[in-house]
Design a protein around this ligand. Structure first.
Ligand SMILES: *Cc1c(COP(=O)(O)O)cnc(C)c1O
Length: 438
């Protein structure tokens, strides 16, 4: 592997002059029901893409023109009225927004509180990922790009990208590890049917990391006509902020829907699973400065946080640079990235986005984790209590309900990030082995 293309542990950093850097919000922002008075989370990231000490843009020099163009243009473009008009209209008529906020009565009575499910599973293509790919394709077209590349692990981000490219008539190339292509054949077929070219990554472990390296190589070779759509709140600045903004429609809708349903737009708890952290960032976004709202991220514990087979980054991670930004990363003492494990492909990631690293470090959000087994049980519980089969990723957020103490008067919002169709083989396996969990 060409060292310049190794996106992991990149040492080169873009130096962008700092204008009016704001101090990171202090711990005070996480306490109680007082009116928020500290610096606003809305002032983050700063001009260089930092959330406190996390974030930034650690990229090979050859990527500088692409990333710099995005950095200087993204805010101006997404605030244009014509962009907002087209984005909102596609979210509504193409993706099917607003997604319902559903009061799950039987689940609520089991946990003796009031639990609302934010139904991202009802989005077109089956998960929240389309919110971001719609935003990025519109941005790419306004930057004059006519060719889209993406990396994908399980294929969910690849399908969401192929979908918006077909809708806009734009060339789409998705890099996917050869091993993942075998494991996720239905998603490969979907992408091909949508007209995307799926390119196997044959280096290394032939999985997501290798697909990412191939996508970077492509972007370096095609700096003028190509936009790289990253699927979560990770990557070099401005990706984490850009993706969080596109996903923030989730919490924007939650506030309006809660106000309508309960007379109060603020819940007591917001719970979401965290792979890279995009559905969580979107669910938290409009509550970050509301100190009374408890924010809870749930990571994948795999076989258990101390088993060596896990993806619980806040529990195991240390500061480091991964995929172009400084964050918490699962790594050995000498900085080698540890292979993560989770039963759910979307949470099988050795890092978290820099916003989440800062939320964790300042105590503004609490991070829990759920094992493979607990998550399977939670998926079956939701299916039988509510008639909803969740994605395995979302089942991790559901599993955390067991670990929390609720009051009858609490209003809990849980982001159901996706639907379980893609996980049916795993659910069938679980039923065969142990009868029926849950
Ligand atoms: C990809 C995916 C996730 C994890 O990604 P985040 O960026 O952490 O949201 C969670 N749920 C579903 C259904 C996914 O497809």
């Amino acid at each position: 592997m060409d060292a310049r293309l190794e996106f992991f542990l990149m040492s080169k950093k873009i130096n962008i002059p700092v204008k009016g850097q704001k101090p990171p919000p202090g711990k005070g922002s996480s306490t109680g029901d007082k009116v928020f008075s500290g610096p606003s989370w809305r002032d983050l990231p700063d001009q260089q893409g930092y959330y406190g000490k996390f974030g930034g843009a650690f990229i090979p020099e050859m990527l500088f023109p692409n990333v710099e163009q995005l950095r200087t243009r993204y805010l101006e473009i997404i605030h244009e009225p014509s962009f907002q008009k087209e984005f909102r209209s596609l979210l509504k008529d193409f993706a099917g927004r607003p997604t319902p906020l559903y009061l799950a009565r039987r689940l609520s009575s089991k946990y003796n509180t009031e639990i609302f499910l934010k139904r991202e599973d009802l989005c077109h293509t089956g998960a929240h990922k389309i919110n971001n790919t719609i935003g990025q394709i519109l941005l790419a077209l306004r930057l004059g790009k006519r060719r889209i590349i993406a990396e994908t692990g399980a294929g969910q981000h690849g399908v969401a990208t192929a979908t918006v490219c077909a809708m806009k008539g734009v060339e789409c190339i998705v890099y996917m590890g050869e091993k993942d292509m075998e494991r996720q054949a239905p998603n490969v077929a979907r992408m091909k049917m949508l007209g995307a070219k799926v390119v196997p990554a044959r280096s290394g472990s032939k999985t997501l990391k290798d697909a990412t390296n191939e996508a970077i190589r492509d972007w370096i070779n095609n700096p003028v006509d190509t936009h790289y759509i990253i699927g979560s709140v990770v990557g070099p600045h401005p990706y984490p902020d850009m993706v969080a903004r596109f996903q923030s429609v989730i919490s924007e809708e939650i506030r309006l829907q809660l106000l309508e349903k309960t007379g109060n737009e603020l819940p007591t708890h917001v719970i979401a699973c965290v792979g890279g952290g995009s559905n969580a960032a979107g669910s938290f976004y409009h509550f970050l400065d509301e100190g009374s709202v408890e924010l809870i991220g749930v990571e994948a514990a795999g076989h258990g946080v101390n088993s060596g087979l896990s993806a619980a980054t806040t529990f195991l991670g240390k500061e480091g640079v991964l995929h172009g930004s400084r964050s918490l990363v699962m790594q050995t003492p000498d900085g080698q990235v540890i292979e993560p494990h989770s039963i759910s492909a979307g949470l099988d990631y050795p890092g978290i986005g820099p916003l989440h690293a800062q939320l964790y470090t300042t105590g503004r959000a609490t991070f829990l984790n759920a094992t493979d087994e607990e998550s399977l049980a939670a998926a079956f519980e939701l299916a039988r209590l509510e008639g909803i089969i969740p994605a395995l990723e979302s089942a991790h957020a559901l599993a955390a309900l067991e670990q929390l103490q609720f009051n009858e008067k609490d209003t809990v919002v849980l982001c159901l990030s996706g639907r379980g169709d893609k996980d049916l083989a795993t659910y069938m396996g679980a039923m065969k082995e142990g009868g029926t969990p849950g």
